[in-house]
Design a protein around this ligand. Structure first.
Ligand code: MLT
Length: 404
């Protein structure tokens, strides 16, 4: 008789954004006249930039002619894209990352979930609290997190690093030494950031204690302040302790197109074994690469036209962020984030829990956000709004909330 992976049964509830989608669908069915504005999941709403559309069209035409048709992509991604990334995302920022240390994928969500596979089950993970749920859930599936305490909503074998108002929503170095440290800056969900010298402390800590930092930089395009690092490799010593995850979803609107990459420097080793070789082995065995046309679209992100158009797109979303932040502040809400990130983190008013505020906002303002407690216990009584809506919907949503 076959047996299932029982670790899956330990997962409490469904994936956060699936739970929200179900609740909103039920509300919508009961209230068909309600014009619901969705500022919950961080999904983009603006059309792809013309430089990207042009690249997609061109690549589709190439696929329609035998001389330019492409079959399987190279395991680790096309050279043209890996070179563009190495040049623009790393060399231009003074980071020493070679094209063959970059692994192209269909997005950072998959990579952030899959990366734990190359580590032994008995590694201990440390996560920020609140945190993007994929990091913890995928470690639960792998059997790495111990037992779940439903009261505290925590796992016995996970080190939680509270990110609260008192810590400026940044983690402190943990008391117990972890093996794997997940960091995401600019942060999802709180929209907070850390400075380069603060990130350097994490890199030094990881090198000293033999930890690996899994650094999720999916939101780096939203950084507006000079002292905030765009990549962990801006820190000295990061090549021996850090993996970086990047996405084209948020900087170029690829949530439905799907493209991302992971960087593993060749010096990152466990004894004589390089993590680069393990991930390359995994990639080669389990993955046939992002589509050629999508990788060409990714290349266009780094063209002069692409860069200029995407700068405008980021500015569009950041105008929403400013509207949300200032509007809620004026209305007396306690708000943070929204300066280097497309997320605004706010305190639920009147002592409501995160889910109570979610229900209240949906019922009275027909606005959807994300309950902070869905990201971890320290997120309780907080709420996340995304700046990825259209400007018109964002203005209407905030005006509705202000009128409550
Ligand atoms: C979020 O809303 O946290 C993100 O959209 C989720 C993701 O990028 O997978």
């Amino acid at each position: 008789m076959f047996k299932i992976n029982e670790e899956y049964l330990k997962l409490p509830g469904s994936y956060l954004f699936s739970t929200i989608a179900k609740k909103v669908a039920a509300f919508s069915e009961e209230n068909p006249e309600a014009k619901i504005i969705r500022l919950g999941i961080g999904d983009v709403t603006q059309q792809l930039a013309t430089a990207i559309i042009d690249a997609l069209h061109k690549a589709v035409d190439e696929m329609g002619a035998a001389e330019t048709f492409r079959g399987y992509a190279p395991d680790l991604g096309y050279e043209f894209l890996r070179n563009a990334i190495a040049e623009n995302d790393y060399k231009a920022r003074g980071c020493e990352i070679a094209a063959d240390e970059i692994f192209i994928s269909d997005g950072a969500k998959c990579d952030s979930g899959n990366i734990q596979e190359i580590f032994s089950k008995d590694n201990k993970i440390a996560v920020c609290d609140p945190v993007y749920p994929v990091y913890v859930d995928t470690n639960v599936m792998a059997g790495r997190t111990g037992t779940y305490d439903p009261e505290r909503e925590t796992w016995s074998d996970v080190i939680y690093m509270p990110c609260t108002k008192e810590t400026n929503f940044a983690p402190s170095l943990p008391k117990e030494t972890p093996d794997l440290i997940y960091l995401c800056f600019p942060n999802n969900p709180t929209g907070s950031t850390i400075t380069k010298s603060q990130l350097q402390e994490w890199v030094d800590y990881a090198n000293k204690n033999g930890c690996v930092i899994i650094y999720d930089a999916a939101y780096e395009a939203y950084i507006s302040e000079a002292d905030v690092p765009h990549s962990v490799y801006e820190c000295e010593g990061a090549r021996t302790c850090a993996i970086e995850l990047r996405s084209f979803s948020k900087n170029a609107g690829f949530t439905g197109v799907r493209l991302g990459f992971t960087v593993i420097p060749k010096e990152l080793k466990a004894g004589s074994v390089s993590l680069h070789s393990l991930w390359a082995r995994r990639h080669g065995t389990k993955y046939n690469g992002a589509p050629y046309i999508v990788q060409r679209a990714g290349e266009a992100v780094y063209s002069e036209a692409g860069k200029a158009q995407l700068k405008e797109q980021v500015a569009y979303y950041m105008r929403n962020a400013a509207y949300i932040k200032n509007g809620l502040k004026d209305a007396g809400y306690e708000v943070s984030g929204g300066v280097n990130a497309p997320y605004i983190w706010l305190k639920a008013p009147g002592g409501m829990t995160s889910w109570e505020f979610f229900d209240d906002l949906l019922r009275r303002a027909h606005v959807v956000g994300t309950p902070g407690s869905g990201f971890g216990p320290s997120g309780e009584t907080y709420f996340r709004l995304t700046a990825f809506g259209s400007y018109e919907n964002t203005v209407e949503a905030i005006d509705r909330i202000k009128a409550l």
